[in-house]
Design a protein around this ligand. Structure first.
Ligand SMILES: Cc1ncc(COP(=O)(O)O)c(C=O)c1O
Length: 373
């Protein structure tokens, strides 16, 4: 009988109490009492017994819109995560034969959704400076079939952020060519000066938001989208949440968003300090480098090409021998996935200590074990 392939996620979940989780850009720095107290009260009141108000609680809707800087009456859809919102919008707005301008690397789940609708992505290679799309390349990639541009800002997995002028230029292309612009702003709170594309192309932009990363609520599954009046009803036809979205998730997100301005600066400071420490260790491991630094998100890629060890081997070695969970690049890039691992770092300093200690040892051990060329 052949051996089952190693399932890193199964292993990591089974050992979750011992694992430093640097693999999913999750945020482990939000003061826990904020969510704990809100959930304790909701559980005490047995809020889970009834269906929630289907559009989302008015408190949550107001906070999300305010947080993004939209007017209180802006169109908003609350879903079970940004992921679900992305599924709905691709389903609703794309047809067979359409093309979507996107990137490689990217957050490939969105590409999969695009393909499910019968459309295809035109992936622009961005594993080279400036490690993001540029308006020139987007313009050149437009064909008569182009229907949408995917602008993930900051970008998972590289951590690159878009300067305001580039957001403006891409938004203007969308406007001038009557293209839809999906602006996924899941990581915006980690950026120095994030810009919403809807500022420049309000009629074309669908803004995808999430509380998974900024509020540290990935396990509760809550996010959604904001869209102009001409698009929201079309997307909402594909909303399966007729009975609303998990009420406990909404209550936790409300508590977190209402207090975010108090605690997020410290999350950001620690996240930046952590990435600096990771940069220092990477600079001491021959053959490795960071394509993007500083990251405008809570993750970046570590390039391993010159080490001649594979990202999968590094992922497995770090997890099994050091209890440190990072993500191999093939999850994020068809073309460049064999070159990097992605590491996230909105974690307590102890998790970063473990990575810093383990990474040089893991790379050395794998090199020593590699057959001589
Ligand atoms: C760019 C991007 N969009 C959306 C998501 C998913 O967000 P959610 O947890 O709200 O589904 C992720 C998760 O990693 C992401 O990286």
């Amino acid at each position: 009988m052949s051996e089952a392939p190693f399932d890193a996620f199964r292993y990591a979940h089974e050992h979750r109490r011992e694992v430093a989780w640097l693999s999913q850009n999750t945020n482990h720095l939000v003061p826990p009492e904020i969510v704990r107290d809100a959930l304790a009260e909701a559980v005490e009141e047995r809020r889970y017994e009834g269906y929630p108000y289907a559009p989302g609680t008015p408190e949550l809707r107001e906070l999300v819109l305010r947080d993004l800087g939209f007017a209180a009456d802006h169109g908003l859809l609350v879903a079970a995560g940004g992921t679900e919102a992305l599924y709905m919008l691709t389903r609703a707005l794309l047809q067979a034969g359409d093309e979507v301008i996107a990137s490689d690397p990217s957050y490939l789940i969105i590409h999969r959704f695009i393909e499910l609708s019968g459309a295809r992505t035109r992936n622009l290679d961005i594993y080279q400076p400036p490690y993001r799309l540029t308006s020139e390349r987007v313009r050149e990639a437009i064909t008569p079939k182009t229907r949408m541009i995917l602008l993930i800002d900051p970008l998972n997995p590289l951590g690159s952020g878009y300067p305001q002028e580039e957001v403006r230029a891409i938004a203007e292309i969308a406007h001038d060519h009557h293209l839809l612009l999906v602006n996924d702003v899941t990581y915006r709170d980690f950026a120095d000066s994030p810009t919403l594309a809807s500022t420049f192309a309000p009629e074309e932009t669908i803004t995808v938001w999430s509380v998974s990363k900024n509020c540290g609520l990935a396990g509760l599954r809550l996010g959604g989208l904001a869209a102009p009046p001409a698009l929201l009803p079309k997307i909402a036809r594909f909303n399966t949440n007729d009975l609303g979205v998990n009420i406990l998730a909404q209550i936790a997100a409300t508590a977190a968003l209402a207090t975010k301005s108090r605690w997020f600066p410290e999350v950001r400071r620690q996240t930046r300090e952590n990435q600096g420490r990771i940069r220092d260790v990477v600079s001491r491991v021959p053959g490795t480098f960071l394509p993007v630094f500083p990251s405008q998100a809570n993750m970046f890629a570590i390039d391993l090409t010159k080490t001649e060890v594979s990202p999968e081997a590094v992922q497995k070695e770090l997890l099994l021998r050091h209890g440190v969970f990072v993500r191999a690049g093939n999850y994020l890039s068809p073309k460049f996935g064999s070159r990097f691992v992605r590491v996230s770092f909105s974690n307590p300093p102890e998790d970063i200590d473990r990575f810093v200690a383990a990474f040089p040892i893991a790379v050395d051990a794998l090199r020593a074990r590699a057959p001589a060329a």
